[in-house]
Design a protein around this ligand. Structure first.
Ligand SMILES: O=C(O)CCC(=O)N[C@@H](CCC(=O)O)C(=O)O
Ligand SMILES: [Zn+2]
Length: 352
């Protein structure tokens, strides 16, 4: 199709174009789809789509969807690519402005989480730290912040949501879970909970402080309703069982098309909610992490369990059981080695 070829230079799809140009500094390229959607490839792996001004946007929203901020988390990248291919081949029509981001193309090509520095610790301005000067991942994070800022400015009259799609390094006792960045005084809107259930995400983690992850930037700075969503486990391109990702694919397609939310149905009729009670940081040479390397996300520890210690102190589970997510001792000093969670209730959606 003409529009696809113009934007993707004869590559069959957006993903293969993005991988083939992983380190290229591509100029902005614009085209339009036969149904009038304006498409701008802002840079490699970044598409800004705008429906015609007279098209209805029934949900009155604008969406930022990112994947591949970690290069080896490939399933959500494949899901986004499928949706872009459907849109470009005219299978359905877009109702809302959309900013689509494949975060770290060089790391995607390498099949690595990141190359020089974890890009999902570089937002909210952290890309500007002197130790990151000149690093491609820092430049990319700064560019992505700028794209999101411009997109939010261009659509101030619409409700802005950002879903940053990931897969986890370890197996998980809860297959899909979302993290809600902390913003003072804010609580999760019920419509967002219903969307997570629609996407077959049944667990929600409430963060306890703002951070340097992408979703925290869009939540804090752009006032978006933002979530990091963990959709399964890391696998290389082509090795994902995409049937396990149909929930998010369907739910995003429905939002892109501007259709109303469907009713909720068991088993995806309630979200189990956890709150972060402690962030485990690698404190340096004397840091000793007592959680084994291969423990699954949401493994629960009874009260009093020693989670980590160093020569200054440590952390023990409090009076109620706590679960761990993202245990990872191999992080640089000062970075997160895990999150300790306490169950804090449930969101039960009204039956559809
Ligand atoms: O499985 C893991 O250990 C990491 C999976 C992952 O990349 N998670 C995100 C979570 C971001 C957030 O806290 O919102 C990350 O660590 O960047
Ligand atoms: Zn990730």
């Amino acid at each position: 199709m003409k529009a696809t070829n113009q934007l993707f230079d004869f590559h069959p799809d957006w993903l293969s174009h993005t991988l083939a140009n992983a380190s290229a500094d591509l100029p902005e390229t614009k085209t339009s789809l036969p149904d009038g959607i304006q498409v701008s490839r802002k840079a490699n792996g970044v598409l800004w789509l705008t429906p015609p001004a007279d098209r209805a946007n029934p949900n009155q929203e604008a969406l930022i969807i990112s994947a591949g901020v970690h290069g080896n988390e490939t399933a959500p990248i494949e899901v986004l690519n499928t949706l872009v291919s459907e849109l470009f081949s005219g299978e359905w029509s877009l109702a809302c402005p959309l900013l689509l981001i494949l975060g770290n193309p060089p790391a995607m090509v390498a099949g690595e989480r990141f190359l020089d520095v974890n890009m999902n610790r570089l937002f909210n301005g952290a890309h500007g730290k002197t130790e990151h000067t000149g690093l491609p991942e820092a430049r990319r994070a700064q560019f992505l912040e700028e794209m999101c800022r411009q997109f939010a400015m261009a659509h101030q009259e619409l409700a802005l949501s950002h879903y940053d799609l990931h897969t986890a390094i370890r197996p998980s006792k809860r297959e899909r879970f979302a993290l809600y960045p902390f913003v003072e005084g804010r609580s999760v809107p019920s419509g967002q909970c219903a969307f997570l259930l629609e996407a077959e995400v049944e667990t929600l983690l409430l963060q306890h402080k703002a951070s340097t992850v992408f979703s925290s930037f869009t939540a804090s700075t752009l006032k978006a309703e933002s979530f990091t969503i963990e959709l399964g486990k890391v696998e290389p391109f082509g090795r994902n069982d995409l049937r396990r990702f149909r929930g998010i694919e369907r739910a995003l397609r429905r939002r892109f098309r501007g259709e109303p939310a469907p009713g909720v149905h068991p088993p995806f009729d309630h979200l189990t909610v956890f709150e972060v009670v402690h962030e485990v940081l690698n404190t340096g040479p004397s840091f000793h992490f007592h959680v084994p390397d291969d423990v699954a996300n949401f493994t629960e520890y009874p009260p009093g369990t020693l989670i980590w210690e160093d020569d200054q102190g440590g952390y023990q589970v409090g009076t109620a059981p706590e679960a761990i997510v993202f245990p990872n001792r191999a992080v640089p000093v000062g970075q997160r080695a895990g999150l300790m969670l306490r169950a804090s209730g449930a969101f039960r959606a009204r039956p559809g």
